[in-house]
Design a protein around this ligand. Structure first.
Ligand code: NAD
Length: 737
């Protein structure tokens, strides 16, 4: 039989092996082509008496199937090219979703035993295909991941996952896996009844054939008479608490910002109470509802498609041949230098870690030892791997050791003179092809490059703390930075498996500048008399990972004070003073409250309570709390202030050419400072609200709270023309793998 994404092979005993190997993609996904193939294959399998059973496996070395083709789905979710009524679009989406569900239903009721021989990762729709098989056998490889990660991009498993998984392992275990999007290795998956058996990779097909021959009348458990859901039905004692607890946990952790999470609970609750066919229709309805929700479209675009494009080097200059960093020099082995050394050695790069004393350099290397010991204790690494990685890091004080480095990352103190000194000393050891990257968080790159003899090879490579956990790296172009330096910086970030965004030089670059507005708005609210607990709680309700006041304490209030004073000096008459200026001055200059670092900020950090913080009671003596309890209207207004203030700053960065690609503005915001992920990022937020409405609402906020809410020229022009960021500044799209 001729198929496009699958190869059909029928043996002498009537067993068909369908090998999934889409020639147009590097990884198998549930594309329209793959689904058309599956549909055609089922008709043939069901109708041909000579076929005794089916094995579905993969021909790709990198996995079985990675899930839905999100690149195809994003277009349809946005309703692109569909001048139809809302009702027609909903119906069309629903029929499309249901069709896939019916397809898998046909697979499991085709009358022949169907086995999934899983020889690589099976995620999302990929796992759902296997769940519709009667038997799942997996290769014994702990690196294989099996799971339903849809909720991570704002979706739910819409191919029967919310129905079949709970019927296999019980509601409690399934809900936890689906809501968190956790994947399991083969042995854990077998222990949790997600799969049946784990065998050595070379025995997969033999085991599949054995099972087919032994089970000619295979039937799914839920199609057998008297089937009972493990753990009981949702309304039965024992099982019902799963849903009440699950709902409470969902509200507590997501503040109801993520509809996918809520719908997953509903699918399982409502679906388990009815036969599977009705359950699949329930799932299809919730899935359709999600697809019509801008939150899922925005999340798919930013958290999957844009991240993938940027990770593949979408912003890399094409005129430079690919580069590889073999030897990296790090100047300064403090908190950041030590983290960069670890992630680079992890990618197999030889690292020279330089500090002013050998003791300081070795302390930097010891950070890697600490991280690796932690991993070994959790069974995630081995002593052998640890020694290999540590062997790549050479602590030193000798600049001559930098000879042969392809790239330098400078992470010494944030002082212009010290940075200029180390730049000169390092460059004396480097070749013309070496690139010098500074990890400065505040000093403009163009100014720092003045100390360099090769300013075209000087660039900003801004990591976030903690380096091993934070996925984003902000690459900053100085005025004289050339394409070669940019290409190497992007290639290096790719080498260490992080996501780069490329921005132009500006005060605070892109991320620090916008992040500062969130923290600053929280301080303005407090200075206006809104109780601090309310300020931080609403910050979290907005979808930000932490409240603005606790974040301000972590970053350090004296630093914020210094930056404000410098900005005042630099902007002169243009500086718009707000109530928070006096508040911060009092906290820092009068009261010596510098934040978490001296145990005294908006919060106290009493040493006797293990550093567990509590709001500083003295705050009420310097601010009169006028608003101490919330109403839904107040919460909405504060949420809007938090989100819009950051979004306006992101739009300003766009207008000023600091950030030039909407994908980078959105991905940088979510990964860099935790901007509410369900919005898809600040520019997606503006697009979703609509520029006209956004500008009108900002004008109202500006009248009430000050010029900081005033939209810039670009936003006003876009509002007038009805433009969106993604429409007007359309990024070059690349087909996902
Ligand atoms: P840190 O104080 O922890 O480390 C600085 C290290 O540089 C120290 O080990 C110090 O001994 C060393 N050093 C100082 N002068 C030196 C010299 N002349 N030669 C060699 N080594 C020297 O600081 P950090 O937090 O790691 O920050 C380093 C840089 O990274 C700064 O520019 C900072 O702005 C930037 N940064 C920091 C963060 C953060 O969250 N801490 C985030 C992004 C960027």
């Amino acid at each position: 039989m001729e198929l496009k994404a699958f190869k059909w092979n029928q043996d002498g005993e009537g067993i068909v092996t369908l090998t999934w190997d889409d020639p147009d993609r590097t990884m198998n996904v549930l594309s329209n082509t793959a689904m058309t193939d599956i549909a055609a294959a089922i008709v043939k399998i069901a109708g041909d008496a000579a076929i005794k059973g089916v094995i579905i496996t993969s021909g790709k070395a990198n996995g079985f199937c990675a899930g839905a083709a999100l690149d195809e789905m994003e277009g349809s979710a946005s309703g692109a090219g569909a001048p139809k009524s809302e009702e027609e679009r909903v119906r069309e989406r629903y029929n499309g979703v249901l069709q896939f569900n019916l397809l898998l239903r046909k697979l499991e009721t085709c009358g022949k035993p169907v086995v999934a021989a899983i020889n690589g990762l099976a995620l999302g729709g990929g796992l759902e295909v296997t769940l519709a098989c009667h038997y799942r056998v997996v290769a014994d490889n702990p690196k294989i991941q099996l799971g339903l990660p849809e909720s991570k991009v704002g979706l739910l498993p819409g191919g029967g996952g919310t129905q079949r998984l709970p019927r296999l392992m019980g509601a409690q275990a399934a809900i936890s896996l689906i809501m968190q999007g956790t994947s399991l290795d083969p042995k854990t998956a077998a222990a949790q009844k997600m799969v049946h058996k784990v065998v050595p990779a070379d025995q997969l097909i033999a085991e599949a054939k054995r099972w087919i021959k032994e089970t000619p009348d295979a039937v799914q458990p839920w199609d057998k008479k008297g089937f009972e859901v493990p753990g009981g039905l949702p309304n039965e004692k024992g099982s019902s608490t799963v849903f009440t607890m699950g709902n409470a946990l969902y509200r507590k952790t997501s503040f109801n910002n993520y509809p996918a999470q809520r719908y997953i609970l509903s699918c399982v609750y409502e679906g388990l109470a009815v036969p599977i066919d009705a359950g699949l229709r329930i799932e299809a309805r919730y899935f359709t509802k999600l697809l019509m929700d801008p939150a899922s479209r925005n999340m798919i675009r930013s958290l999957f498609l844009s991240m993938q494009d940027l990770g593949k080097g979408a912003r890399r200059p094409a005129n430079v041949a690919p580069t590889t960093v073999k030897k990296l020099g790090i100047l300064g082995a403090g908190m950041m230098g030590a983290g960069v050394a670890y992630v680079s050695a992890q990618a197999g790069i030889e690292v020279v870690l330089l500090d002013t004393t050998l003791e300081a350099a070795e302390k930097g290397k010891a950070y890697s030892t600490k991280l690796l010991d932690g991993q070994i204790s959790k069974g995630r690494s081995t002593e052998e791997k640890k020694q290999k990685l540590l062997g790549l890091i050479k602590p030193t004080t000798d600049y001559a050791d930098l000879k042969g480095c392809d790239l330098i990352i400078e992470a010494v103190f944030e002082t212009r003179e010290i940075k200029a000194g180390v730049t000169k000393q390092a460059e004396a050891q480097l070749s013309d092809k070496s690139v010098f990257g500074s990890n400065t968080s505040t000093l403009p790159i163009t100014g720092l490059a003045e100390a360099s003899v090769r300013p075209e090879n000087f660039i900003g490579i801004h990591f976030f703390s903690p380096v091993d956990k934070m996925q984003l790296v902000e690459i900053i172009m100085g005025k004289k930075t050339g394409d070669y330096a940019l290409a190497m910086a992007v290639d290096y970030v790719k080498q260490i498996k992080k996501t780069p965004i490329v921005v132009n030089d500006s005060r605070g670059f892109y991320t620090s500048r916008c992040f500062g507005t969130y923290v600053g708005e929280g301080q303005e609210m407090l200075a206006e008399g809104i109780a601090p607990a309310l300020v931080d709680n609403v910050g979290r309700m907005t979808g930000m990972p932490r409240g603005p006041l606790e974040l301000a304490d972590d970053v350090a209030l004296d630093l914020a004070y210094k930056v404000r004073e410098q900005t005042k000096k630099d902007l002169g008459d243009k500086y718009e003073a707000g109530p928070a200026d006096t508040l911060i001055e009092t906290m820092v200059a009068k009261l010596g409250r510098f934040g978490r670092k001296n145990g005294k900020g908006f919060y106290d950090y009493p040493a006797d309570k293990g550093g567990k913080k509590r709001l500083w009671p003295g705050l009420k003596d310097i601010v009169k709390f006028k608003i101490t309890s919330s109403t839904p209207e107040l919460v909405d207004e504060l949420k809007k202030r938090f989100l819009y203030r950051q979004a306006i700053e992101a739009a300003r960065c766009f207008e000023e050419n600091v950030v030039t690609d909407p994908r980078e503005a959105d991905v940088g915001a979510i990964l860099g400072w935790g901007f509410a992920p369900y919005t898809g990022g600040p520019l997606s937020l503006i697009d979703t609200v609509g520029t006209k409405k956004f500008v009108e609402e900002c004008d109202v906020l500006a009248q009430k709270y000050g010029k900081r809410f005033m939209p810039g020229k670009l936003l006003r022009d876009m509002a007038e023309k009805g433009d969106t960021f993604y429409g007007r500044f359309k990024p070059a799209t690349k087909k996902a793998a």
